[in-house]
Design a binder for this molecule. Structure first.
Ligand SMILES: Nc1ncnc2c1ncn2[C@@H]1O[C@H](COP(=O)(O)OP(=O)(O)OP(=O)(O)O)[C@@H](O)[C@H]1O
Ligand SMILES: [Mg+2]
Length: 843
């Protein structure tokens, strides 16, 4: 889509580069987001984490009570894990930041007397900015020159209809903000039509929107995934609290040393907390974003990747997303269906003179070829909007002044009362009343054209008196229908296979278009998409939200939908429990892009659409959509592995630990050992974001499911505990272990089972057939080996570990093998039962 920029010739000189740099230093960058903290501060902020604080308190208490070893070990562990976590997350953040820079908003400004494209972030007060239809207003500014310049200020005023803004006539008071006054435009609005030259008054936080909102990019409602992680966190927190209170109570009852019991409780809490979760999430997401960038998909909002994996319905508009948007004008017909050069000339006059965002239809008319419009002059226009679906221009030549209206046939015919019927000898049109018979004839002509796949616009006009100068939408009445222009808009090469791939992956595609039903049906036919039901904008309008929610399920084609209706369809689908994506490129798609779980736009889309979208396709190949979905499911899969580990094996271990305090005469493990155990376990899991995900897990939409996590926890967790108790028995009765042997034995066993079970849990299928990432294998085996040799190293004394008899290792090996086997068997049973009870729903 071309923007007509520069229609307003530069008059004001812009700033010089050096002046702009000086002002940038003084006013700061033009962003609403609070500026990122320095690296050092970001690092220090980690120590504000409650878990870290608890550990530091434990460290301080140990030190104060003379237990220097414990204090030192805790301190080292805290530091190591904070550093590890920080480095990974920081790198992930940097990578994501760099990617989103690629789609940062650019603006045209005058600098050093010439036109330049600069990032909107670098705008400073005093800059002269050139605006045209489709642009976002990048800062608060005074209008210097304007030509049919209409802006939508809905974000600021809630007013949905565009308002016209003229050049300011009086000097503007920089400190007074009034969005109602003419002569000014405000950050966060967008240009609907026309063009203007404006001078920046205020940037960043000083703007009207900056004062009311901390963040212009309205924080989208939390995604299903975010809600899921939050609920998961709460579940774990409750369990932790219960378990810790229980152990402290038991220890108090048995009159055990208070300090040690407290430290033990702390260690348990630390062991239970899935502290790696934020790191695992951000690293998987940023890796996903990088992989998608390689396929030319830029992710602006990282969490959208997960939504993409969970998405089961994709709504999309038609032109430019499913079709090439390289539209050709094929026919220009009078109302009787005969070829007419006059219709083409009128359409051309309208397209050439309208200053809104050029639609591909206008481009096609202008590209059609030689039309002589010399001698015509534009006087005014009524810009296009998606409610009227018409655009009018007021033009004149030496003999006449005409309001030429072009738009969707239904919407133009409605305001016509007459129809052209041939021409007189002098070439002027004869007109006749548009009676029922003639209307009927027009409708059947239109149906015939639509059936053949033609998109059609109607062209009409009205003669105006010589003093008529100010046209408004109210003047679009009693028009004379001149005829129709018909276009072909072939579907994208990549669209058909892409839609098939989406369907095969469990994503239903629905078309939500502003275009006519018959034309949309034709495109569906060409794309191999069977239409299962249709709703038109008028029908949607007549339904309340409940009716719409019931109605959208079987419908996959929504025609003649305006922007609000598009959004209502989307919200109705969301209300049915679907995770809904929306793909579109126009101003009319922006609200839906914002309301969707994943908004997807394309490089060629308008700024407003790109701003509202969470993801941008840099290449017009729809195949990458499917890649993105798979990427989303992969990140989800790896995060889920961590969660399943945390809730089953890890939780089982901590549970046995608490239970053991009931019958052991001493603590089951020293607090220090519990902490070390947990730290080593965490280390073994750090490569999880790299892990491969089974194809079976990539085949369906994946979404957060608390019931699944709870059931999985309740099934696998107890097996871990069962084996822990078996270990206790073997240690105490078979090996007749003392306190230190018991600690050591259990330290090694619990770490081995807890770490190695990842190879079972990471796949729903046979672990031998699903290949883990080599690094995950290395860390897991390495950590288990380390745990086994720790008791023989010089560190052993410090950690309270003692060498174990060789029989222990024989028994340990057998127990670990039996444990893994049992978990595998129970896992298979669990998934068989789960899938029987929760069959994948058809979309
Ligand atoms: N420049 C224009 N001049 C006249 N009429 C227009 C123009 N642009 C759009 N229309 C009319 O408005 C209707 C809706 O616009 P548009 O096709 O852009 O909506 P959409 O929802 O984005 O549809 P699509 O799925 O085709 O992208 C068009 O079908 C056409 O009839
Ligand atoms: Mg469109």
């Amino acid at each position: 889509m071309d923007k007509i920029a520069g229609t307003v010739s530069p008059s004001a000189a812009g700033l010089t580069g050096s002046e702009a740099a000086a002002r940038l230093a003084r006013f700061g960058p033009n962003v609403l987001k609070p500026h990122r903290r320095s690296v050092a501060l970001q690092f220090l902020a980690r120590f504000g984490n409650p878990l870290v604080i608890v550990l530091l308190v434990a460290c301080a208490i140990s030190a104060a009570t003379g237990d220097a070893t414990s204090a030192a070990v805790i301190a080292v562990m805290v530091l190591l894990s904070v550093v590890l976590d920080f480095v990974q997350e920081y790198r992930a953040g940097q990578a994501a930041e760099q990617l989103s820079q690629q789609v940062a908003l650019n603006v045209s400004v005058l600098r050093d007397g010439a036109r330049a494209e600069i990032p909107a972030e670098q705008l400073v007060p005093g800059d002269v900015v050139l605006l045209s239809a489709g642009d976002l207003v990048p800062a608060d500014a005074q209008v210097l020159l304007a030509q049919d310049f209409f802006v939508n200020q809905a974000l600021l005023t809630g007013e949905a209809f565009p308002v016209e803004r003229h050049a300011a006539t009086a000097p503007v008071d920089v400190d007074r903000i009034d969005t109602e006054t003419d002569g000014q435009v405000f950050m966060g609005s967008n240009v609907v039509s026309g063009s203007a030259q404006v001078r920046v008054l205020r940037t960043a936080k000083a703007t009207a929107i900056g004062r009311i909102a901390q963040d212009l990019e309205k924080r989208p409602p939390p995604t299903a995934f975010e809600i899921g992680t939050r609920r998961f966190g709460l579940l774990i927190m409750r369990l932790t609290l219960l378990l810790v209170l229980f152990t402290i109570l038991v220890n108090a009852m048995f009159h055990r040393p208070l300090l040690e019991s407290f430290l033990f409780g702390v260690a348990l809490a630390v062991g239970l907390t899935p502290e790696l979760l934020p790191m695992i999430v951000s690293v998987t997401l940023s890796r996903g974003a990088l992989r998608m960038a390689r396929r030319q998909v830029i992710v602006k909002r990282l969490s959208a990747i997960q939504d993409m994996g969970a998405m089961d319905v994709l709504c999309t508009d038609k032109t430019g997303t499913l079709t090439e948007a390289r539209i050709r004008l094929e026919q220009h017909l009078d109302p009787a269906g005969n070829d007419s050069a006059r219709v083409l000339r009128l359409a051309f006059l309208n397209s050439a003179n309208e200053s809104g965002l050029k639609s591909p239809l206008d481009d096609a008319i202008l590209a059609h070829g030689e039309v002589d419009v010399s001698g015509w002059r534009k006087l005014d226009e009524v810009p296009f909007d998606f409610e009227r679906r018409r655009v009018s221009v007021l033009v004149e030549d030496a003999t006449q002044r005409l309001l030429i209206v072009k738009g969707a046939p239904e919407d133009v015919l409605r305001v016509c009362t007459q129809v052209e019927d041939g021409t007189d000898a002098d070439g002027s049109p004869r007109t006749d009343a548009l009676d029922d018979r003639r209307r009927q004839a027009c409708t059947s002509l239109l149906d015939r054209l639509a059936d053949q796949g033609f998109r059609v616009l109607a062209v009409a006009w009205r003669a105006e008196p010589g003093d008529f100068i100010d046209a408004t939408a109210a003047d679009e009445t009693t028009l004379v229908l001149a005829g129709f222009v018909a276009f072909l808009d072939p579907p994208k090469q990549s669209a058909k296979p892409a839609l098939a791939a989406l369907a095969a992956s469990g994503v239903a595609v629905k078309i939500v278009t502003g275009d006519n039903e018959l034309v949309a049906r034709h495109v569906c036919g060409e794309l191999g998409l069977a239409v299962t039901g249709v709703l038109t904008g008028a029908q949607i309008e007549a339904m309340n939200d409940d009716a719409l929610r019931a109605g959208v399920a079987s419908v996959n084609l929504f025609a003649r939908a305006n922007p609000q209706q598009k959004t209502r369809v989307l919200l109705a689908l969301k209300a049915r429990g679907h995770v809904v994506g929306y793909m579109g490129d126009g101003i009319n798609d922006a609200p839906s892009l914002h309301a969707a779980d994943v908004g997807i736009s394309v490089e060629s889309g308008v700024d407003v659409a790109k701003q509202a979208a969470a993801m941008i396709l840099m290449r017009s190949d729809l195949g990458v959509l499917h890649d993105g979905i798979i990427e989303g499911r992969r990140t989800f899969g790896n995060v889920m592995k961590y969660i399943m580990m945390a809730t089953s094996s890890n939780f089982g271990n901590m549970f046995s630990m608490a239970a053991a305090t009931l019958f052991l005469p001493y603590l089951p493990m020293l607090p220090l050992q519990v902490l070390l155990n947990n730290f080593l376990y965490d280390l073994s899991e750090t490569p999880l974001p790299l892990d491969n995900v089974d194809d079976a897990d990539l085949a369906r939409p994946r979404r957060w499911d608390m019931a699944f996590i709870r059931d999985f926890m309740a099934t696998i967790g107890p097996i871990s505990s069962l084996f822990d108790f078996l270990t206790f028995y073997v240690l105490l009765k078979v090996l007749e272990a003392g306190e230190r042997e018991f600690h050591t034995g259990w330290f090694v066993e619990s770490l081995a089972t807890q770490v190695l079970v990842i190879f079972i849990i990471r796949t729903r299928g046979n672990p031998l057939k699903s290949r883990p990432h080599p690094l995950l294998v290395a860390t897991s085996l390495g950590i288990v080996a380390l745990a086994a040799i720790l008791p023989y190293t010089p560190l052993a004394a410090m950690l309270g570990l003692v060498p174990l008899p060789p029989e222990f290792f024989a028994i340990l090996g057998a127990m670990v093998a039996a444990y893994l086997l049992l978990v595998e068997l129970v896992k298979r049973w669990f998934f068989r039962r789960w899938e029987r009870r929760h069959p994948p729903v058809a979309t």
